[in-house]
Design a protein around this ligand. Structure first.
Ligand code: ADP
Length: 262
Protein backbone atom coordinates (compact mmCIF):
# COMPACT_ATOMS: atom_id res chain seq x y z
CA UNK A 1 0.00 0.00 0.00
CA UNK A 2 2.78 2.41 0.95
CA UNK A 3 4.48 1.91 -2.38
CA UNK A 4 1.22 2.57 -4.17
CA UNK A 5 0.83 5.76 -2.14
CA UNK A 6 4.33 6.90 -3.01
CA UNK A 7 3.77 6.12 -6.63
CA UNK A 8 0.52 8.13 -6.52
CA UNK A 9 2.31 11.09 -4.98
CA UNK A 10 5.09 10.81 -7.50
CA UNK A 11 2.65 10.84 -10.41
CA UNK A 12 0.78 13.74 -8.86
CA UNK A 13 4.03 15.70 -8.46
CA UNK A 14 5.08 14.83 -11.96
CA UNK A 15 1.77 16.01 -13.39
CA UNK A 16 1.95 19.23 -11.43
CA UNK A 17 5.45 19.88 -12.71
CA UNK A 18 4.35 19.11 -16.24
CA UNK A 19 1.46 21.53 -16.04
CA UNK A 20 3.73 24.27 -14.57
CA UNK A 21 6.19 23.70 -17.36
CA UNK A 22 3.42 23.85 -19.95
CA UNK A 23 2.09 27.06 -18.44
CA UNK A 24 5.49 28.69 -18.34
CA UNK A 25 6.10 27.66 -21.96
CA UNK A 26 2.75 29.15 -22.90
CA UNK A 27 3.65 32.36 -21.03
CA UNK A 28 6.99 32.46 -22.79
CA UNK A 29 5.29 32.05 -26.17
CA UNK A 30 2.77 34.78 -25.35
CA UNK A 31 5.64 37.06 -24.30
CA UNK A 32 7.52 36.40 -27.54
CA UNK A 33 4.33 37.05 -29.51
CA UNK A 34 3.81 40.35 -27.66
CA UNK A 35 7.40 41.34 -28.37
CA UNK A 36 6.96 40.68 -32.06
CA UNK A 37 3.77 42.69 -32.13
CA UNK A 38 5.48 45.46 -30.23
CA UNK A 39 8.25 45.71 -32.81
CA UNK A 40 5.66 45.94 -35.59
CA UNK A 41 3.78 48.64 -33.66
CA UNK A 42 6.98 50.55 -32.97
CA UNK A 43 8.05 50.57 -36.60
CA UNK A 44 4.64 51.95 -37.47
CA UNK A 45 4.53 54.39 -34.57
CA UNK A 46 8.00 55.75 -35.34
CA UNK A 47 7.30 56.16 -39.02
CA UNK A 48 3.93 57.90 -38.77
CA UNK A 49 5.01 60.97 -36.79
CA UNK A 50 8.28 61.14 -38.74
CA UNK A 51 6.42 61.21 -42.05
CA UNK A 52 4.17 63.89 -40.74
CA UNK A 53 7.13 65.98 -39.51
CA UNK A 54 8.80 65.53 -42.89
CA UNK A 55 5.65 66.65 -44.69
CA UNK A 56 5.25 69.80 -42.62
CA UNK A 57 8.93 70.73 -42.86
CA UNK A 58 8.77 70.28 -46.64
CA UNK A 59 5.67 72.47 -46.65
CA UNK A 60 7.53 75.27 -44.93
CA UNK A 61 10.61 74.72 -47.10
CA UNK A 62 8.65 74.82 -50.36
CA UNK A 63 7.03 78.11 -49.45
CA UNK A 64 3.49 76.70 -49.12
CA UNK A 65 3.16 78.49 -45.81
CA UNK A 66 2.01 81.99 -46.61
CA UNK A 67 1.45 83.69 -43.32
CA UNK A 68 2.62 83.70 -39.71
CA UNK A 69 -0.53 82.02 -38.42
CA UNK A 70 -0.17 79.10 -40.77
CA UNK A 71 3.50 78.80 -39.95
CA UNK A 72 2.65 78.68 -36.25
CA UNK A 73 0.18 75.87 -36.87
CA UNK A 74 2.75 73.89 -38.84
CA UNK A 75 5.35 74.36 -36.14
CA UNK A 76 2.89 73.26 -33.47
CA UNK A 77 2.19 70.02 -35.29
CA UNK A 78 5.91 69.42 -35.69
CA UNK A 79 6.43 70.04 -31.96
CA UNK A 80 3.67 67.70 -30.88
CA UNK A 81 4.86 64.94 -33.21
CA UNK A 82 8.38 65.38 -31.88
CA UNK A 83 7.07 65.05 -28.31
CA UNK A 84 5.25 61.87 -29.29
CA UNK A 85 8.47 60.40 -30.69
CA UNK A 86 10.35 61.46 -27.62
CA UNK A 87 7.90 59.65 -25.34
CA UNK A 88 8.00 56.51 -27.42
CA UNK A 89 11.78 56.39 -27.40
CA UNK A 90 11.88 57.03 -23.64
CA UNK A 91 9.44 54.18 -23.04
CA UNK A 92 11.43 51.85 -25.23
CA UNK A 93 14.64 52.71 -23.50
CA UNK A 94 13.13 51.97 -20.10
CA UNK A 95 11.49 48.84 -21.40
CA UNK A 96 14.80 47.40 -22.50
CA UNK A 97 16.21 48.22 -19.08
CA UNK A 98 13.27 46.50 -17.39
CA UNK A 99 13.91 43.43 -19.50
CA UNK A 100 17.53 43.42 -18.39
CA UNK A 101 16.45 44.26 -14.84
CA UNK A 102 18.61 47.35 -14.91
CA UNK A 103 16.18 50.15 -14.21
CA UNK A 104 18.52 52.27 -12.09
CA UNK A 105 17.03 53.92 -9.02
CA UNK A 106 19.13 56.57 -7.29
CA UNK A 107 17.45 57.50 -4.05
CA UNK A 108 17.83 60.70 -2.08
CA UNK A 109 16.06 61.87 1.05
CA UNK A 110 14.09 64.97 0.06
CA UNK A 111 11.15 67.04 1.24
CA UNK A 112 7.80 65.98 -0.23
CA UNK A 113 6.35 69.48 -0.27
CA UNK A 114 9.21 71.03 -2.21
CA UNK A 115 9.44 68.16 -4.66
CA UNK A 116 5.74 67.63 -5.37
CA UNK A 117 5.02 71.36 -5.17
CA UNK A 118 7.31 72.22 -8.05
CA UNK A 119 6.39 69.08 -9.99
CA UNK A 120 2.67 69.88 -9.91
CA UNK A 121 3.21 73.59 -10.48
CA UNK A 122 5.07 72.80 -13.67
CA UNK A 123 2.45 70.20 -14.65
CA UNK A 124 -0.29 72.79 -14.11
CA UNK A 125 1.41 75.24 -16.45
CA UNK A 126 2.05 72.57 -19.01
CA UNK A 127 -1.55 71.31 -18.91
CA UNK A 128 -3.12 74.73 -19.00
CA UNK A 129 -1.08 75.41 -22.13
CA UNK A 130 -2.95 72.42 -23.59
CA UNK A 131 -6.30 73.78 -22.26
CA UNK A 132 -6.55 71.03 -19.67
CA UNK A 133 -8.09 71.99 -16.32
CA UNK A 134 -5.65 71.05 -13.59
CA UNK A 135 -6.27 71.30 -9.87
CA UNK A 136 -4.38 70.38 -6.73
CA UNK A 137 -7.13 70.20 -4.09
CA UNK A 138 -5.18 70.48 -0.85
CA UNK A 139 -1.87 71.71 0.51
CA UNK A 140 0.96 69.26 0.09
CA UNK A 141 2.13 67.58 3.33
CA UNK A 142 5.72 68.14 4.29
CA UNK A 143 7.57 64.91 5.13
CA UNK A 144 10.85 63.36 4.14
CA UNK A 145 10.74 60.80 1.36
CA UNK A 146 13.57 58.59 0.18
CA UNK A 147 13.10 58.56 -3.56
CA UNK A 148 14.69 58.88 -6.95
CA UNK A 149 13.12 62.22 -7.93
CA UNK A 150 13.73 61.66 -11.64
CA UNK A 151 11.95 58.29 -11.61
CA UNK A 152 9.02 59.40 -9.43
CA UNK A 153 8.56 62.46 -11.62
CA UNK A 154 8.59 60.14 -14.64
CA UNK A 155 5.92 57.91 -13.05
CA UNK A 156 3.65 60.82 -12.15
CA UNK A 157 4.15 62.49 -15.54
CA UNK A 158 3.24 59.22 -17.21
CA UNK A 159 -0.05 59.09 -15.29
CA UNK A 160 -0.75 62.73 -16.16
CA UNK A 161 -0.01 62.07 -19.84
CA UNK A 162 -2.46 59.17 -19.80
CA UNK A 163 -5.09 61.33 -18.10
CA UNK A 164 -4.76 63.76 -21.02
CA UNK A 165 -4.59 61.12 -23.76
CA UNK A 166 -7.62 59.23 -22.45
CA UNK A 167 -9.28 62.38 -21.18
CA UNK A 168 -12.01 62.86 -23.75
CA UNK A 169 -13.11 66.34 -24.79
CA UNK A 170 -13.10 68.56 -21.71
CA UNK A 171 -10.24 67.29 -19.64
CA UNK A 172 -10.22 67.82 -15.93
CA UNK A 173 -7.39 66.49 -13.77
CA UNK A 174 -7.62 66.58 -9.99
CA UNK A 175 -4.71 65.88 -7.66
CA UNK A 176 -5.00 65.15 -3.94
CA UNK A 177 -2.07 64.44 -1.69
CA UNK A 178 -2.60 63.13 1.82
CA UNK A 179 -0.54 61.93 4.71
CA UNK A 180 -1.44 58.44 5.96
CA UNK A 181 0.13 56.70 8.97
CA UNK A 182 3.15 55.39 7.17
CA UNK A 183 2.86 56.69 3.66
CA UNK A 184 2.10 59.58 1.42
CA UNK A 185 -0.91 59.09 -0.82
CA UNK A 186 -0.93 60.78 -4.22
CA UNK A 187 -4.23 60.60 -6.10
CA UNK A 188 -4.55 61.48 -9.77
CA UNK A 189 -8.10 61.64 -11.01
CA UNK A 190 -9.40 62.27 -14.51
CA UNK A 191 -12.87 62.55 -16.00
CA UNK A 192 -11.95 60.71 -19.18
CA UNK A 193 -13.13 57.65 -21.08
CA UNK A 194 -12.47 55.29 -18.14
CA UNK A 195 -11.42 51.63 -18.17
CA UNK A 196 -13.77 48.66 -18.51
CA UNK A 197 -14.10 46.05 -15.74
CA UNK A 198 -12.45 43.44 -17.99
CA UNK A 199 -9.46 45.65 -18.75
CA UNK A 200 -8.96 47.01 -15.25
CA UNK A 201 -6.98 44.07 -13.74
CA UNK A 202 -4.55 44.15 -16.69
CA UNK A 203 -3.63 47.78 -17.13
CA UNK A 204 -0.30 47.45 -15.33
CA UNK A 205 0.80 44.46 -17.41
CA UNK A 206 3.64 44.86 -19.86
CA UNK A 207 2.29 45.42 -23.42
CA UNK A 208 -1.32 45.68 -22.24
CA UNK A 209 -3.43 48.13 -24.21
CA UNK A 210 -7.11 48.69 -23.53
CA UNK A 211 -9.57 47.64 -26.17
CA UNK A 212 -10.35 51.22 -27.13
CA UNK A 213 -6.71 52.26 -27.15
CA UNK A 214 -5.63 49.57 -29.59
CA UNK A 215 -6.73 51.78 -32.43
CA UNK A 216 -3.60 53.78 -32.92
CA UNK A 217 -5.06 57.27 -32.61
CA UNK A 218 -4.01 57.32 -28.93
CA UNK A 219 -0.38 56.75 -29.82
CA UNK A 220 0.59 54.35 -27.03
CA UNK A 221 2.71 51.25 -26.66
CA UNK A 222 1.30 49.51 -23.59
CA UNK A 223 4.59 50.08 -21.78
CA UNK A 224 3.75 53.19 -19.74
CA UNK A 225 1.88 51.75 -16.75
CA UNK A 226 4.15 48.69 -16.54
CA UNK A 227 7.10 51.07 -16.17
CA UNK A 228 5.21 53.19 -13.62
CA UNK A 229 4.45 50.10 -11.53
CA UNK A 230 8.07 48.96 -11.67
CA UNK A 231 9.26 52.39 -10.47
CA UNK A 232 6.76 52.55 -7.60
CA UNK A 233 7.59 48.99 -6.53
CA UNK A 234 11.29 49.86 -6.46
CA UNK A 235 10.36 52.50 -3.87
CA UNK A 236 8.43 49.96 -1.73
CA UNK A 237 5.27 51.78 -2.69
CA UNK A 238 1.99 50.65 -4.24
CA UNK A 239 -0.13 51.81 -7.13
CA UNK A 240 -3.82 51.00 -7.59
CA UNK A 241 -6.56 52.10 -9.92
CA UNK A 242 -10.32 52.55 -9.78
CA UNK A 243 -12.26 53.38 -12.88
CA UNK A 244 -15.63 53.47 -14.54
CA UNK A 245 -16.30 53.63 -18.27
CA UNK A 246 -17.46 57.06 -19.30
CA UNK A 247 -16.77 58.60 -15.90
CA UNK A 248 -13.01 58.55 -15.52
CA UNK A 249 -10.17 56.94 -13.63
CA UNK A 250 -8.43 57.36 -10.32
CA UNK A 251 -4.82 56.27 -9.88
CA UNK A 252 -3.51 56.11 -6.31
CA UNK A 253 0.19 55.98 -5.49
CA UNK A 254 1.34 55.27 -1.95
CA UNK A 255 4.91 56.07 -1.07
CA UNK A 256 6.35 55.30 2.36
CA UNK A 257 7.89 58.31 4.06
CA UNK A 258 10.96 58.41 6.25
CA UNK A 259 9.89 58.36 9.88
CA UNK A 260 11.54 60.90 12.08
CA UNK A 261 13.68 59.46 14.84
CA UNK A 262 12.48 60.33 18.35
P1 ADP B 1 -0.59 52.90 -23.55
O1 ADP B 1 0.70 53.13 -24.23
O2 ADP B 1 -1.52 52.02 -24.33
O3 ADP B 1 -1.26 54.14 -23.06
P2 ADP B 1 -0.25 52.29 -20.73
O4 ADP B 1 0.56 51.19 -20.10
O5 ADP B 1 0.09 53.68 -20.37
O6 ADP B 1 -0.18 52.02 -22.30
O7 ADP B 1 -1.78 52.03 -20.39
C1 ADP B 1 -2.35 50.74 -20.62
C2 ADP B 1 -3.82 50.87 -20.97
O8 ADP B 1 -4.55 51.35 -19.83
C3 ADP B 1 -4.12 51.88 -22.08
O9 ADP B 1 -4.02 51.28 -23.34
C4 ADP B 1 -5.52 52.34 -21.74
O10 ADP B 1 -6.47 51.44 -22.28
C5 ADP B 1 -5.60 52.22 -20.24
N1 ADP B 1 -5.43 53.52 -19.53
C6 ADP B 1 -4.32 53.97 -18.91
N2 ADP B 1 -4.54 55.15 -18.31
C7 ADP B 1 -5.83 55.47 -18.56
C8 ADP B 1 -6.68 56.57 -18.18
N3 ADP B 1 -6.23 57.60 -17.44
N4 ADP B 1 -7.98 56.56 -18.61
C9 ADP B 1 -8.44 55.51 -19.35
N5 ADP B 1 -7.69 54.46 -19.72
C10 ADP B 1 -6.41 54.42 -19.33
Amino acid sequence: YRRKDELGRFIEGFNLMRSHLKQSLANQRQYEQNRKELIATISHDLRTPLQSIKGYVEGINDGIVQNEEMKKKYLQVILSKTEQLDRLIDDLFDFSKIELDQLAIEKNVINSQEFLGSLFEYAKMDNERKSVKFNVTNSIPSVLIDIDPVRIEQAITNLLDNAVRYGGTEINITISIDLLTKSLSIEIKDNGIGISKEDLPNVFDLFFRGEKSRSREFGGTGLGLAIVKKIIKAHDGTITVESEVGRGSLFIIRLPFVEKKL
